[in-house]
Design a protein around this ligand. Structure first.
Ligand SMILES: O=P(O)(O)OC[C@H]1O[C@H](OP(=O)(O)OP(=O)(O)O)[C@H](O)[C@@H]1O
Ligand code: HPA
Ligand SMILES: [Mg+2]
Length: 175
């Protein structure tokens, strides 16, 4: 199946403003306490790069890499953990940073995985939430935009590894 950009769903301006809001909200919730951000690669790298610069105070960053879509627009149902974190998160305030929650399988897997480390708190922050497609009961603590059931690309999010470099978020159409 081939896809191309259909229409812009979220502009650069909308994204920028929302990232500022989420950053302020997170800092407000944790006050002066240090935060460990765990960024879920690859998709969340653009969002996280903007978000981290909105967070004042003590912030540590680490990365986890998970993949379950490949060249498809629906989940394979199998989450592969390609890289785990290096920092110690036991007793820490942890925020998992994702680009999108779709079926919920990726974050459900990662949440359980990181709970085993016994963090002080474990919150989920996602730029986009597509609740209509949920396969597991999973809710985020910080949500940028709730979006309709359409496959989207841009701002770090790919189709078959392309389009991550778009500065906006768009829907795709089959051609
Ligand atoms: O809620 P889900 O149905 O699990 O979908 C969400 C996940 O899917 C995408 O990652 P993908 O597996 O495509 O890997 P990528 O981040 O490297 O693009 C996206 O970045 C999320 O991590
Ligand atoms: O809508 C999407 N687009 C790209 N990757 C994704 N992974 C889950 N949902 C999506
Ligand atoms: Mg992806």
């Amino acid at each position: 199946m081939a896809y191309e950009i259909d229409s812009i769903l979220l502009t650069e301006e909308q994204l920028k403003q929302k990232v500022e809001e989420i950053g302020a909200q997170i800092r407000q919730d944790f006050q002066d306490e240090p935060i460990v951000l765990i960024i879920v690669l690859k998709g969340a790298f653009v969002f996280a790069a903007d978000l981290i610069r909105e967070l004042k105070g003590k912030v540590t960053v680490d990365f986890v890499m998970a993949s379950s879509y490949g060249r498809q627009t629906v989940t394979t149902g199998k989450v592969r953990l390609l890289k785990d974190i290096d920092v110690n998160i036991t007793g820490k305030n942890v925020v998992l940073v994702e680009d999108i929650i779709d079926s919920g399988l990726t974050l459900n897997f990662l949440k359980e995985h990181f709970q085993l480390h016994k963090p002080k708190s474990l919150k989920i922050c996602t730029l986009l939430d597509k609740p209509e497609r949920r396969k597991v009961d999973l809710k985020a603590d910080y949500v940028g935009f709730v979006i309709p059931d359409k496959f989207i690309i841009g701002y770090g999010i790919d189709y078959a590894e392309l389009y991550r470099n778009l500065p906006y978020i768009a829907t795709v159409k089959e051609v």
